[in-house]
Unconditional design. Structure first.
Length: 239
């Protein structure tokens, strides 16, 4: 099955063998890929004037795929994001076929060279001062978890660090002055590409961090979950 050029045989293998058994992708992803092919195959049938069961892999040419993408944008009103998701599914199918069928390598390359469409960059938004104050007032400071969450929110506000960056800050990365209102305190933050930057810390941040890390080893992560795991910041703080 799938050793010839019949599109249907390859689609069946792609959906059932590759996405489900080999890659074990999330159901939502599997459904997205399937829905793309549900749209593409009838479009290809109409465009080539072939019955669905007679379609060959090479009938899904790069030109046809471009026409399909244009159609879903114009006729169906799909966004650029949806358009690119559809293309990602088609490119994944092409890669699957090309890896298993040498005679289709050139076709695979033509499909996978179709570029994703660039959309307008989303406008960067920010929180107003009263919104920050509302966030900082949410944790219950009468509990250990609430104090940890407040220190975390204050740290993120102070440094502008991303959540995953804060999750990896260790106690050794902190340089907390003994007299925070007189001396300079800072923290090391490792960003993308392991790039290191130093951020100054406010006196209030220093005060709360000092309590948070008291009597703990320098090798520990600063922000820990109730299970003492460092990667809690990948989710929202429990506020």
């Amino acid at each position: 099955m799938g050793n010839d050029g019949t599109l249907g045989a390859w689609v069946a293998r792609f959906l059932l063998e590759h996405l489900r058994s080999e890659r074990n992708l999330a159901q939502n992803t599997q459904h997205s890929y399937r829905d793309t092919l549900v749209l593409l195959i009838p479009f290809a049938s109409r465009t080539t004037n072939r019955l669905v069961e007679d379609l060959q892999v090479v009938d899904i040419s790069a030109e046809l795929v471009r026409s399909f993408l244009k159609n879903i944008e114009e006729a169906r009103g799909c966004s650029i994001t949806t358009r690119n998701q559809r293309l990602a599914a088609i490119r994944a199918l092409a890669g699957f076929v090309g890896q298993r069928s040498p005679e289709h390598i050139q076709w695979c390359g033509q499909i996978r060279n179709i570029p994703f469409k660039k959309g307008a960059k989303a406008e960067v938004t920010y929180l107003e001062k009263h919104e920050i104050d509302a966030l900082l007032s949410a944790p219950d400071l009468n509990t250990a978890q609430g104090c940890r969450d407040h220190a975390l929110l204050l740290f993120l506000y102070n440094t502008g660090a991303r959540a995953d960056e804060a999750a990896h800050v260790t106690i050794a990365d902190l340089n907390l002055a003994h007299a925070s209102r007189r001396d300079h305190s800072s923290t090391k933050i490792r960003g993308k590409g392991n790039k290191l930057r130093h951020c100054p810390l406010w006196p209030q941040t220093v005060s709360e961090l000092s309590i948070l890390i008291r009597d703990r080893a320098n090798t520990e992560h600063v922000f820990l979950s109730p299970l003492n795991e460092p990667h809690l910041v990948a989710r929202r703080p429990s506020i």
